[in-house]
Design a protein around this ligand. Sequence first.
Ligand code: SAH
Length: 358
Amino acid sequence: MKRLANTMREMIAQEGPITVERYMSLCVRHYYATRDPLGAAGDFTTAPEISQMFGELIGLWMLEVWNAMGRPAPCRLVELGPGRGTLMADLLRATRLLPDFKAAASVHLVETSTSLRQRQQAMLAPLGFSVEWHDRLEDVPPGPTLLVANEFFDALPVRQFVATERGWCERLVGLEGECLIFGLRPEPEQALGNPLRLGDVLEWPAASVDLMGSLARRLALDTGAALIVDYGYWGPAFGNTLQAVKKHAPVDPLDEPGEADLTTHVDFQRLAHAASQQNVRLHGMVPQGSFLEILGLGARASALKARATPAQADEIDKALARLTERGPKGMGELFKVIALTHEGLEAVPGLPALSSFS
Ligand code: SAH
C-alpha cells in the first residue's frame, strides 16, 4: 500500500494545509486498517489485553444492569472499537452465569478496520453468540442496549485551536519542503470569542460529541446503559494532548503518519455535557482503579490465584497492580469511567449518580 505520508504530502501540496482533525482522522483510519497494534509486540497494551479480569468484571456489571433493566429480550450488546475482541470475549464468558442472558443477547461490534473485524470474528466465534459488525453506532438496530467502549474515544479526531493575539486560530498540518509541520490558520475562529491567555490550546472533539449525542438519543428512547472507559480528565481544561505512540514509546505525531497510534486525552465533562442534552442519567466519573476494586477485582484475583501455579499467581498479582496503579500515569488513576443510562435506571454498580456539571 502506498505510504500515507506520500498521499498526505500530495494532498497538502494540491489543496493546502489540512486541519489537525483531518490529519488525525486519516492517520487513525490508515493505522488500524493496516495492522493489529495491540500487545507487547505491538504499539500499546489495553486493560483487556493485560488481564481477563477486566472484561469479566465488566461482564458482571452488564448482567447486573440487564437485571435492573427488567431482563429485556432481545438486548443489543454493543462494543465500540473492540480491538482484538478480547474484552467482548471475556465479558461474554462471565455472563454464562445467567443462561437467559445468552438467549437474549445479540452482539454488535462497531469497527471500521476490516483486518481487526477478522480477528474479532476468530476470537468470538467459539462462544456461540450471534455477532454483527457495523461501521457506525447509528447502524446498530434499535432496542434495549448495553454498550461498552474501552480506549475508543481517545482515537476519535479532535480540532485544535491556539490562543493568539488575533483570537483562537485553528491548528493545521502543512508542508515545509518535504516535511509535515504544524501551523495556524491566519483567520481566527470568531465563534470562540477572545482567549484569556496566549498560547493556550483548546481541543474540540467534534466526532465524540456527535457520537455521545447519538448514544444518548438511543438510551433516551429504549432502556439501556453505556459504560465508557478511557484516559482523560474532567474539563474544562486547556492543553495540547495530541500524542503518538509506537512500540510502547512516544514519537512525534507528524513522524510517519498512519504508522503510530495517534490519540488525545478524553474530556469526560464534554462527553457528559453532550449526553445531558437528552433525557438520560449520568454516573461517575470514577478512576478505573477504584471502579474495578468496587466491582470486586481483589476477590476475582484471589479466586483465580487459588487455582493457579505460582508463576500464574505472580502474573495475576502483576496484572492487578497494573490495572489499579495510582499516580498521574498509572492506569488506575489516569483512566476514568463514566456511564450513561436510560432515565429509569437510577443506579449502576461502581459509579455514583452524577447530578450536575461544573
Ligand atoms: N477496545 C479495544 C481496542 C482499542 S483500540 C481494547 O480495549 O483493547 C481502538 C479500536 O477502535 C480499534 O479496534 C479501532 O480499529 C477502532 N476504531 C478506531 N476509530 C474508529 C472509528 N471511527 N469507528 C469505529 N472503530 C474505530
